[in-house]
Design a protein around this ligand. Structure first.
Ligand code: GAP
Length: 455
């Protein structure tokens, strides 16, 4: 974990937020490299799961929507975590996480599933085993803590102005379901995907970008007729899609992935079946991507609370009904965290991020061998202009070539191209591959073709 955090900071992927003021827990900024990596992951998701499928469309809905949305969805009232407080420092902890830390590695609790405990049972357990905070103080009785982040709208104060920063992007899809039916030619089964920021009042600290106050979600609501489609088959097909995206598109090692089904007690109020695709993060197996069968719960709730008919009319049979949905929901930041962990390699005295070609922040780097020779600089500029037409290209004319390679290895750039004295004679350059460290002479005319082969 420390190595990843340090590389991410050193090379400009991830900075702790507001460092000038001492930082803010659970908040991070994405630097020049991190913002490129996020963008590439986001684009890969959009391309694979929306553009390449004829049954998928995209959406970009508001972060702040009518507060009644969150009453209808059930988030107001039930979107909460069990929290205990250090009775001396008042520092808050997730009660389930405190228990998990306490039982970890103890054989007598090997079969215990903390996710199945009620809040009362957590309180009893903490008391029975006299569990203390990390500062050694006693803990309060667990209480529920609302995750939805409140905000005020407009200039008038008062309860009417309370709104929420969205806790999931999903609700924006349900709110626009009728608009989509009325303005497009979709027919069931079809899915709507969107990527955007969500906000949660998270209590747990110190899990780096795994759990933050604001994060980017990529969610899909896949609508279908439960009488025409078997939900179990659709569910399985989406699980396969998620698996393929993670293993093939993002190149993640399968031994670091597993499926875990939610128990009845653990499942969200809206779901009939939920699975998590877990990744083996530096602090253990944790949820990367969830998939839930939300049935017709949300559309029904919005229909009830808004009074608007949200039924679908089958264009062939005229059958009128509320569609059901399957929801694959992932955090783009968690995908990025996983990609950093999985691609980080130390070998032969170097550190390398072995990122797949299409998600690497820079695909190529151009090095003029020396910066004080105008002919070489001019030629290198021409090569840079040509390469950056197609792909994001780095320019580096500082220091010795070995140091420049080291830097590019650490930020995962697949190819480095050096323009030297020979280039001026025969228009060839040295291409060096990140993974094999092999170098070869390539003519500038063949360069684009040579560099586009994916790693
Ligand atoms: N609409 C369903 C939903 O929001 P979720 O499991 O609460 O389900 C979906 O969230 C995904 O969003 C998670 O699998 C995770 O990748 C990401 N996520 C949730 N909370 C997060 C947080 N506080 N920080 C970063 N990512 C988060």
């Amino acid at each position: 974990m420390d190595t990843i955090v340090s590389l991410a900071k050193r090379r400009g992927f991830i900075y702790p937020s507001s460092e000038l003021y001492g930082g803010l827990a659970n908040a991070y900024d994405y630097g020049p490299l991190g913002s490129e990596l996020l963008r590439n992951i986001r684009n890969a998701w959009w391309k694979e799961l929306i553009h390449k499928r004829r049954d998928m469309i995209g959406l970009d809905s508001s972060i702040i929507v009518h507060p009644q949305t969150w009453v209808a969805s059930g988030h107001v009232g039930s979107f909460s975590d069990p929290v205990v407080e250090d009775t001396v420092t008042q520092k808050r902890y997730r009660a389930d996480h405190v228990i998990e830390a306490f039982i970890s590695g103890k054989d007598e609790f090997a079969d215990m599933a903390v996710e199945n405990l009620t809040i009362e049972e957590m309180g009893t357990f903490i008391k029975k085993y006299d569990i203390h905070s990390e500062a050694g103080n006693s803990l309060s009785t667990p209480k529920t803590f609302d995750l939805l982040m409140e905000t005020k709208l407009g200039s008038i104060s008062g309860e009417k102005n309370t709104a929420y920063m969205r806790g999931e992007t999903a609700q924006g899809i349900f709110l626009n379901f009728k608009n989509i039916l009325d303005t497009t030619r979709v027919k069931l089964p079809f899915g709507v995907g969107q990527i955007g920021k969500s906000f949660r009042n998270e209590v747990t600290l110190g899990q780096y970008i795994f759990r933050t106050f604001e994060f980017e979600q990529a969610e899909i609501e896949y609508f279908f007729d439960p009488e025409q489609s078997d939900w179990k088959e659709l569910f399985k097909a989406w699980q396969d899609t998620m698996w393929n995206f993670v293993t093939k598109t993002l190149g993640i090692n399968v031994s670091n992935l597993r499926w875990r089904e939610h128990t009845d007690k653990e499942r969200s109020h809206y779901s009939k079946q939920t699975y998590d695709l877990d990744y083996h993060f530096p602090f253990g197996w944790k949820e990367l991507w969830g998939i839930a069968y939300r049935t017709d719960y949300d559309l029904k709730q919005h229909m009830k609370h808004s009074g608007v008919d949200l039924q679908y009319i089958d264009p062939y049979t005229q059958k009128k009904f509320i569609p059901h949905v399957i929801e694959p929901a992932v955090g783009i930041n968690r995908l990025l965290f996983m990609v950093l962990c999985d691609s980080y390699i130390e070998e032969e005295g170097r550190t390398v991020l072995k990122l797949p070609y299409h998600i690497a922040p820079y695909k190529r780097a151009v090095f003029p061998l020396v910066s004080n020779k105008p002919d070489i600089m001019k030629k290198a500029q021409e090569v840079f202009d040509m390469l950056s037409e197609d792909e994001h290209t780095y320019w580096d004319d500082r220091g010795n070539i070995g140091k420049r390679y080291k830097y590019q290895d650490e930020i995962g750039t697949p190819y480095c191209v050096t323009i030297d004295y020979q280039t001026l004679e025969d228009d060839s350059v040295t291409v060096r591959e990140r993974d094999t460290m092999k170098q070869e002479r390539v003519s500038i005319a063949d360069l684009n073709k040579r560099l586009s082969s994916s790693l």
